[in-house]
Design a protein around this ligand. Sequence first.
Ligand code: GLC
Length: 525
Amino acid sequence: MHWWQSGVIYQIYPRSFQDTNGDGVGDLKGIAARLPYLVELGVDAIWLSPIFVSPMADFGYDIADYTGIDPLFGTLDDFDALLGRAHALGLKVLLDFVPNHTSNRHPWFAESRVSRQSAKREWYIWRNGASEGGPPNNWLSEFGGSAWEYDAASDQYFYHAFLREQPDLNWRNPAVRAAMHDVMRFWLDRGVDGFRVDVIWHLIKDEAFRDNPPNPDFSDGEPAYRALLPLYSTDRPEVHEVVRELRAVIDEFPDRVLIGEVYLPVEKLAAYYGDNLTGAHLPFNFALIETPWRADAIASLIDRYENSLPPGAWPNWVLGNHDRPRLASRIGAEQARVAAMLLLTLPGTPFLYYGDELGMTQAAIPPGRIRDPWGINVPGLGRDGCRTPMPWAASALAGFSTAEPWLPLADDSGPCNVESAGADPASLLNLYRKLLALRRAHPALAEGSYRPVAQSGNVLAYERVLASERLLMALNFGSKTENTDAISSTCRGTWLLSSAVDRPGGPAAGPLVLRPHEGVIISLG
Ligand code: GLC
């Protein structure tokens, strides 16, 4: 069992974790100072959203120097200190690798842009306009508008799947691959434990640049990007060779991990594990974010996912990230407790987004303070609301900074903070701590095989089994008391944990009655 299989990975959005230099933006020293919190929480690894030199058009997902730390976050020495401290505390550190595009201020792009004859011209995707005028084809930017930007100096267009400040690299060019592999080696040599790879399914585009077809399911009011199916601009068959090469670099170093960001239906994730598992160790499974929060929908999702995984492939589960609305706002505070139990007991590696362990809600950002370029381009789609500062204490500015933070604190930062939640036995934070401790004490939760038990009405029940240990999870997705006859007959054992704090532990003997919004873990036998 590898650490990235049994462990829990915690995503940090560095701008919003902890500021130490009083500029209202989080930094590496701040993350280092808060590592003990993460150890106490009980996670195994941290993944940092980008910390590299960047003009911050997309808050670090537009990189101008892949091997330099942006001064906003600190220095390379600060990074080495953070890495050393994390390792000393037993925490792995993953970086965000953004290979699909650079910043338009990256020296490679500056050189590429000089003329059609530039030695780096083929490092990016330059095309002539369509014969009838206008951009080369109909491809759209995920952040709104055409994905092509006209460059008058050379009378050609360059492709950008995201902002025009994020030109896409040409991954068909072996020189680009070699340069990016060296970037990976730079960080792996320094000791990082792996990468989360940004938009890995975007890396290769159709060689013939065919138009994308219309999306028959598109309805008015949806983001314009959805008007077309990104058939030719993403998820091309040749991408798997690129992924395999990234994995080969990872495998030059012992015990590192490759995680790929893939927003595709679970059935399509299998291919990203690669032939004979030579691709990504963990292609992200975002389905829990997108599936309706109902026991039946989640039961069938688990089933579909389990059945689509190639033999030997390790699953993973994500409930939130820096691109999607906060979990607690999506499903409500009571179900956030059930979600914690689900995330930490399903088979596969759980990913936890900073602040979700506190039940942070989606912040309403006043129009004047919107920072996300997507939210500026396409009103309503902004991601600032899930990126607000981590509330550490009830004090002014929540202990995050001494200056006004770059984004306002979420409205809930009063009672919802680490200090108060830590002291409250009934808090979501303490439920997360108990669940994470339970995972360590009972390897069946991390390593055991999965067996569906029952799904009826609002109840979902399943087992995890390892050697002689059998653990039963029963989760109530509804707001009513549930008598779970289907489960009760098998339910003899010991109560390990309930999401309701006032449930005593001790022997369990049917019938199992679940309270509203309650999840329980019972050791059977
Ligand atoms: C990924 C990142 C997102 C970013 C985009 C472009 O989806 O998670 O934050 O804006 O890629 O790099």
